[in-house]
Write a protein that binds this ligand. Structure first.
Ligand code: FCB
Length: 448
């Protein structure tokens, strides 16, 4: 099975960027050569990770990075999105750790040599544990520690980076980590979620200022997860429920970074849940951005269950991924069009999109046709939005390879490359081959 789009699609043009994405904690391993982060602690807490696993070895990418870069090159992608492990590059005293920095410099140099553009995420959820011990994202000071880290690391990297994003999915850090407690650091409480979110947004703004100063020539922005929120029925309560979810999930992050204010749903928050906004914060949060990265996996449908209460509904007739998420490509077109209508957007990148599927490895192959269908549907969905005028410049498949899927452990496989964790052998899945062929056909189309 092939992935294909019309030759006239904006996504078929050679200047559209295709990449693969990973994150440090999910692939690196080599935990003994860095300081601890909140995910190490969370994994060591009983019953937090489904398969009781951890990130100590993961895909052992820290030791196998050269082989992995050859793999990335063989996929013929234009770009590689990966994250820096903050506890690997910054010491307890807040100084650069030369060993950690040199790992990433080698990686960056090798990517540049191969002509693969490095898209660097500065924070993909692995907060240094010593900062968590001081309150983590509930403590305003953490935002300033983040700025200091960005200051130092950008100086060390010099001109090796093509694009930076400050944070990956602050919604998940705040809501899953500090409100529901199902991600590290496992803190529970409504007010905590909004407090953490505010400090993450502040960290983004301070990080953007540091980037503007030290790295004005890279594409600088943030990565947010988005899902369109639909009402289950046309009933007024359901419409209100979907609206509230949309404010909380999407606009709570998009609006501050682009317009310097929280959405109007802030007026419905009880006093105890108000974010701790200090004078000047919203101006710091709203910095000029070269792009906005969006991660999309599925849609959300809501029904009201009471006054200000809602629950998610799923359509059993749709296909599902191994995560139990509905496969709903139309949702990606919808959210892109909705955001484009409501905001003056910078250029967009789809910084993550992909699916966990119950892969089977047999005879040296993984025939993941369902994942190819997922990519086909979602690339078409991005193309549809681009044809309707949304300025989208790139697309990154999540993920380069199977890896540590947070609270789900290693049982959920998102890779376009299969990882045998016992031997660390990598095998490109049928979806990886289809993605490679799709990307490379653009070049033939041009020269033909
Ligand atoms: C996103 C995360 C990424 C990965 C995918 C499946 O929320 O950014 O690290 O786990 O989900």
């Amino acid at each position: 099975m092939k992935i294909s789009l019309a030759k006239s699609s904006p996504l078929s043009q050679v200047n559209f960027t295709y990449g693969v994405a990973t994150a440090a904690f999910q692939i690196e391993g080599a935990a003994d050569s860095r300081r601890a982060c909140i995910w190490d602690t969370f994994c060591a807490t009983p019953d937090k990770i489904k398969d009781k696993s951890d990130g100590l070895v993961a895909c052992d990418h820290y030791h196998r990075w050269e082989e992995d870069l050859d793999l990335i090159e063989s996929l013929e992608v234009d770009a590689y999105r990966f994250s820096i492990s903050w506890p690997r590059v910054i010491t307890l005293n807040g100084e650069l750790d030369p060993q950690g920095v040199s790992f990433y410099i080698k990686l960056l140099d090798a990517l540049n040599k191969k002509n693969i553009k490095p898209y660097v995420t500065l924070y993909h959820w692995d907060l240094p544990q010593h900062l968590e011990d001081n309150g983590g994202w509930l403590n305003r000071e953490t935002a300033y520690h983040f700025r200091d880290y960005v200051e130092l690391i950008t100086q060390a990297f010099g001109d090796r980076v093509y694009s930076y994003s400050t944070l990956n999915e602050p919604f998940c850090s705040a809501y899953l980590g500090y409100e529901l407690g199902i991600h590290a650091p496992g803190i529970v409480g409504k007010a905590f979620g909004k407090q953490a979110a505010h400090h993450l947004l502040l960290a983004h703004g301070l990080g953007m200022q540091a980037l503007a100063k030290n790295s004005p020539n890279t594409l600088n922005g943030i990565v947010l997860n988005v899902s369109p929120c639909y009402p289950k029925t046309d009933a007024e309560e359901d419409i209100k429920a979907a609206w509230a979810a949309d404010q909380n999930l999407n606009h709570w992050y998009v609006m501050p970074v682009l317009e310097g204010k929280y959405p109007s749903s802030i007026d419905t928050l009880p006093e105890a849940e108000m974010p701790p906004i200090e004078e000047g914060d919203m101006d710091i949060i709203c910095q000029p951005m070269d792009y906005l990265g969006l991660n999309y996996y599925t849609r959300e449908v809501y029904q009201a269950t009471g006054e200000n209460e809602r629950e998610k509904w799923v359509d059993e007739s749709l296909p599902f991924t191994d995560m139990g998420w509905e496969v709903y490509p139309q949702g990606l077109t919808d959210i892109l069009l909705q955001l484009n209508k409501q905001y003056t957007l910078p250029p967009l990148y789809i910084t993550e999109n992909g699916a966990a599927m119950p892969d089977t490895y047999a005879n040296g192959q993984v025939q993941d046709t369902n994942r190819i269908e997922y990519f086909q549907g979602h690339l078409q969905a991005v193309s549809d939005a681009a044809e309707k005028g949304v300025d989208i410049r790139g697309y990154f498949a999540w993920s380069l390879m199977d890896n540590f899927e947070w609270a789900e452990g290693y049982e959920k496989r998102f890779g376009i490359v299969y990882v045998d964790y016992a031997t660390q052998q990598r095998t490109i899945k049928a979806s990886g081959l289809a993605y490679r062929d799709f990307i490379s056909r653009r070049h033939f189309a041009k020269s033909a």
